[in-house]
Design a protein around this ligand. Structure first.
Ligand SMILES: [Zn+2]
Length: 119
């Protein structure tokens, strides 16, 4: 996507998955994508913003900065799902080996007994 193309608004689902903050005034928050600044004048005024990849995005900032990440994730979802599946498989394999090692050592705390009941 070239810089001249306007990004679509990030979806509600995507924004809901990000860390969200609210700053009460008086304060100024700067968009980490376009450098626009928004001011909250007093304690009755607040600014909602999100954080992604170490950058701040002010809610409803027209630059729609987070959309670039959302589009990348959606375009690469098969790769991401494959990666997450491989990571989950390896972590489950390692956890099962750990349980076998603990059992072999003769240690059987309640958690291991609970896991036995799941098999
Ligand atoms: Zn912006």
């Amino acid at each position: 996507m070239t810089k001249e193309q306007k990004l679509p608004e990030p979806s509600y689902e995507f924004l809901s998955s990000l860390l969200c903050y609210s700053a009460c005034g008086p304060c100024t928050v700067t968009c980490g994508f376009c450098k626009a600044q928004v001011e909250a004048q007093d304690e009755h005024d607040s600014i909602t913003y999100y954080e992604i990849d170490g950058r701040t995005w002010i809610d409803d900032c027209p630059c729609n900065g987070p959309s670039r990440y959302e589009q990348w994730i959606l375009c690469n979802r098969e790769t991401i799902l494959s990666f997450l599946g491989a990571k989950a498989f390896n972590e489950l394999r390692d956890a099962k080996q750990f349980v076998r090692d603990v059992k072999q050592a003769g240690y059987k705390p309640q958690l291991i007994r609970d896991l036995d009941e799941l098999d």
